[in-house]
Design a protein around this ligand. Structure first.
Ligand code: SF4
Length: 276
């Protein structure tokens, strides 16, 4: 078996042995409660488990209180983070058992996250906001390498990328188009934003939110009229509202004088604009 596979298989086998060992230890301790050291060990295990339970209970309580009051509860913020990281995989697993689609749970998680971010009443300078868009927003036939530099887009308006560039320019935010999670993480490291407006599908948004925690991320779900990962779209109003929230502006800024390169007219029309 190649080394990389051996590592993962080795780790899951070790994890299984660890859990079996712990269960066996608890059974042994319960069966021999009369021994002094066993009683101490049982108490230690009980205290650790109770500690985890208390942290999760306070964390979940913090989430519910934040959603209910629409205000963040500062002393519980750390605990809510821990609770989300611990309970998210459990919620997904439970949802599968109850035959609730992962997409539905992930979309609900994104909603909860967005409301919790909004409850923080943050104010972020516009140049510290990263607008992170997925590559699938770009029209499939477009030959321009916008993932290397988004300014390679010729703004032909055949996909949403041109409108996102306009939005980012109008508000002074950074814009990056990522082909996947690895590139998204690279952009986050490169731009070091203080807040992110992320566009993606349910799965990528929820994993991105968990990955970048505690960085505040407002997630906007993409629209997939042609199926997943192809010629997707996004509600630009929602993207703009997310930017406005972080900047702290009550209303949208007017669009600037149109400085885009003019569309190519004549035979072939807008499609010729692909050629730059
Ligand atoms: S050149 Fe046109 S199709 Fe290509 S990314 Fe820009 S707006 Fe989209």
């Amino acid at each position: 078996m190649p080394t990389r596979k051996r590592l993962f298989v080795g780790l899951i086998c070790s994890s299984l042995l660890l859990v079996l060992g712990l269960v066996g230890l608890v059974f042994y301790l319960l069966a021999n409660r009369d021994l002094y050291w066993n009683q101490i060990l049982l108490v230690v295990i009980g205290v650790v488990l109770a500690g985890i339970l208390i942290v999760v209970a306070f964390g979940v309580g913090g989430i519910i209180l934040t959603l209910w009051s629409a205000r963040t509860i500062p002393p519980l913020q750390g605990l809510t983070r821990v609770a989300i990281n611990l309970m998210y995989p459990v919620a997904i697993g439970l949802g599968k058992l109850l035959r609730i689609g992962s997409n539905v749970i992930q979309s609900s998680f994104v909603e909860v996250n967005n409301q919790m971010v909004r409850a923080k009443a943050l104010r972020v300078p516009s140049n510290k906001i990263l607008l992170l868009a997925p590559h699938c927003l770009q029209r499939t036939e477009c030959p321009h390498k916008i993932t290397i530099d988004v300014q390679n887009c010729k703004r032909c308006e055949l996909c949403t990328i041109s409108a996102l560039i306009e939005l980012a320019e109008r508000y002074g935010a950074k814009l990056a188009v990522a082909t996947g999670g690895t590139f998204a993480r690279r952009f986050v490291e490169q731009y070091r934003p203080r807040a992110i407006v992320a566009i993606a599908c349910e799965r990528d948004l929820s994993s991105g939110i968990l990955d970048t925690n505690p960085l505040p991320v407002l997630g906007v779900l993409n629209q997939r009229p042609h199926g997943p990962c192809m010629d997707t779209g996004v509600d630009l109003e929602q993207v703009e509202k997310a930017i406005l929230y972080f900047i702290g502006l009550p209303a949208p800024l007017p669009r600037k004088e149109d400085s885009r390169p003019k569309r190519v007219s004549g035979k072939g029309g807008a499609a010729n604009a692909f050629l730059g």
